[in-house]
Design a protein around this ligand. Structure first.
Ligand code: ATP
Ligand code: MG
Length: 360
């Protein structure tokens, strides 16, 4: 028999703003979990790539950096973006510079209302909103194709071309049906804008019809993205797993995070489902410079992120215990200001560590 290694090498990269604060909190909780569990081993290696590195050296990623990063089993990422670096430079310089070569084509964003927290939706409470948004993460509207001509003239023209390939649409659709299949409700909603965009979005519709035949136990429906925003607000219980393009899912998942109560709780997984490269796990929120260094950042998104990472590595039991501890803490009202509480990052982190002792 082949011994399955349960030693995992994790690259940590806090990057900008509150990124390093929440990643530190995540590592603290993961170390506690590993110690209590005793069944698996995590080794952390920190990478200090950030907008500061960019400002000093002109590069986010040093030469040969990706080759080093490639050797890890997973990447725990904070946030990238600084007030004095244009967003499109920081995003393409670090986050997408990892996602694209590492073929992390599936971006998975679960959202739910935690026990003890409230949603801005009237009458919605824990259990009423429990979604997973699957975002196409390799092409579409963010393919980076296009250009500008006649700069500065009144007739200046810019094109931003969306790319949809059958190969990529099929693989994300299959991934979405599989995600839906693993969840209790086995229900998928495919989001497009195929009434107005008649090429790429119609391809999405066609591929959805084809792939659906491979997953006969999964129920599914189609929505236009504009109508989808209404349904998320008016009928959250009617949704479960959702698949959408790079741009649409980006917008829908911010809405989802807000409806769940705070942007400070939701995680994102950038997955290479072929497992050729390490996958990257990050909280959905940005670098939040308005609260950086104040010790008030909500670490819950990073805890959930860490749980998603454990699940991906095959440590589903530990992931479940982590989430149990986190929800007990939120239920008790130990929460940061964005969730209506008074606690700081450290208090929430310590409370989760203490709760893990009880859970184990
Ligand atoms: P990006 O462009 O990277 O998404 P952004 O500036 O649009 O960044 P965030 O950095 O996510 O968005 O911040 C949006 C708001 O949410 C800010 O007011 C910020 O303080 C708050 N926020 C974000 N993350 C957290 C968190 N973990 N805890 C508490 N508040 C947060
Ligand atoms: Mg933002």
């Amino acid at each position: 028999p082949i011994a399955v290694s349960r030693n995992y090498s994790i690259a940590t990269m806090g990057a900008d703003g509150i990124g390093p604060e929440v990643v530190d909190a995540g590592v603290q909780v993961l170390k506690k979990l590993q110690q209590l569990d005793g069944g698996f081993e995590l080794e952390f290696e920190d990478y200090d790539w950030s907008s500061d590195t960019y400002k000093k050296t002109g590069k986010y990623i040093p030469d040969g950096g990706l080759d080093k990063l490639k050797k890890h089993d997973a990447i725990l990422f904070g946030a990238v973006g600084a007030p004095d670096v244009p967003d499109h430079i920081s995003l393409w310089g670090l986050r997408l510079a990892i996602c694209q070569p590492f073929q992390q084509y599936a971006n998975v964003r679960p959202t739910k209302i935690f026990k003890g927290t409230s949603s801005p939706l009237r009458n919605a409470e824990h259990g009423d909103l429990d979604w997973v948004i699957v975002r196409e993460n390799s092409e579409g509207e963010y393919a980076g194709q296009g250009g500008r001509s006649h700069r500065g003239h009144p007739w200046e023209t810019a094109t931003e071309v969306s790319i949809f390939t059958r190969h990529s649409v099929e693989r994300i659709m299959r991934f979405a049906f599989e995600t839906a299949q693993k969840r209790p409700r086995k229900f998928l909603t495919v989001v497009t804008k195929s009434n107005a965009q008649r090429n790429g979005m119609v391809l999405w519709d066609e591929v959805a019809n084809e792939i659906a035949k491979e997953y006969e136990d999964v129920k599914w429906d189609k929505m236009l993205v504009d109508a989808m925003t209404c349904r998320m607000v008016l009928d959250p219980k009617s949704l479960d797993t959702i698949v959408a393009t790079n741009l649409h899912a980006d917008i829908l998942s911010d809405l989802a995070a807000a409806l769940a109560g705070s942007i400070g709780i939701a995680p994102t997984s950038n997955l290479d489902p072929t497992r050729t490269y390490p996958s990257m796990f990050e909280p959905i929120h940005g670098s939040a410079f308005d609260i950086t260094g104040k010790g008030v950042a909500n670490p819950v998104a990073t805890f959930w992120t860490a749980a998603e990472m454990l699940e991906w590595l095959g440590e589903g039991e530990a992931a479940k215990k982590m989430m149990e501890a986190v929800e007990t803490v939120t239920e008790r009202g130990i929460a940061t200001k964005d969730l209506g509480g008074k606690a700081g990052t450290k208090e929430v982190t310590d409370a989760v560590c203490a709760e893990l002792e009880v859970v184990y």
